[in-house]
Design a protein around this ligand. Structure first.
Ligand SMILES: C[S@@+](CC[C@H](N)C(=O)[O-])C[C@H]1O[C@@H](n2cnc3c(N)ncnc32)[C@H](O)[C@@H]1O
Length: 266
């Protein structure tokens, strides 16, 4: 690990089972006690899922990561999974959380960023560039702003946003008081995506990893309330049932789980 003052760089090395294919990713972190400033164990597990399925599941998809923090899954997806667009989002009221993402995009030579800050008046798009695959946007759970919707609804081409068909989220279920805000946001995105692309045979999904912090916590009642269904994805399916993924020392002995959430069929 390299470091200058509070800033550090962490390298993750993903390899396949034969050891022939590999991907090295550098992520910027800041040693501050805010959740968004460093990579959480759930993030490495979700990134491993993306690496494992990079040749099949994400090609041509529009990805959007919620509560991204340092955005390891989005960056891995951009580097190896050929999505059509990647939108990295986090709390719009804490714009500092995007600073590490910008650095990581630069460290991994991923090109230009469309940097939006979707304050409610919709007037302050700070920097845009055409043909950029990565968008940075504020998205606060439970508060999808009209400006956010307007940006997403633009034409479905490589240059523009579209409603995401794959939503990513690592460690977003860490505070029970926020669970319904997360789930209502996911419902809104999945429903909008399904309505927007009615002709598509691909059912929009939310792929999420979470850390078991309390045996009393459960989201199943909320999923039922919001007409969502889920499927558990065993970590052994994608070689993530280990304590050291991508040479990171994570997830260590934390208990991480993964699920795929989608709209209930009528
Ligand atoms: C535990 S961290 C996980 C960060 C990253 N996904 C990871 O796994 O490394 C939770 C993330 O959710 C974001 N967050 C917290 N409250 C939020 C809210 N109300 N709306 C949107 N994002 C929020 C934080 O800024 C932080 O990036």
């Amino acid at each position: 690990m390299e470091s200058t003052s509070l800033q550090t760089k962490k390298t993750f090395k993903f390899t396949n089972s034969s050891g022939k294919d590999s991907l090295e990713v550098t992520i910027s972190e800041t040693m501050e006690p805010h959740y968004s400033q460093y990579v959480w164990p759930c993030s490495v597990v979700l990134a491993q899922y993306i690496w494992h399925h990079s040749k099949s599941l994400f090609k041509g998809k529009h990805l959007l990561e919620i509560g991204a923090g340092t955005a390891l899954p989005s960056i891995v997806a951009t580097m190896c999974a050929s999505p059509d667009s990647v939108t990295i989002t986090d709390n719009e009221f804490f714009p500092k959380c995007f600073e590490n993402c910008r650095k990581s995009i630069f460290y991994n030579n991923l090109g230009n960023i469309c940097d939006h800050f979707n304050k409610h008046n919709g007037s302050n798009v700070k920097r845009t560039s055409k043909n950029c695959p990565i968008h940075l946007m504020g998205l606060t759970w439970g508060q999808v702003s009209p400006h956010f919707v307007k940006l997403l609804q633009k034409k479905n081409t490589k240059d523009h946003h579209a409603f995401p068909n794959v939503i990513l989220g690592s460690d977003c279920f860490y505070d029970e008081t926020l669970f319904e805000d997360v789930i209502s946001t996911i419902y809104y995105l999945l429903k909008s995506s399904a309505d927007f692309e009615q002709q598509s045979s691909f059912k929009p999904v939310f792929l999420c990893t979470y850390q078991t912090r309390s045996a009393d916590w459960s989201i199943s009642a909320l999923l039922h309330k919001w007409k969502l269904e889920y499927e558990d994805i065993p970590l052994s399916d994608f070689a993530a049932d280990e304590s050291d993924i991508a040479d990171s020392g994570m997830p260590g002995n934390h208990k991480i789980e993964m699920m795929k959430i989608s709209l209930k069929d009528k």
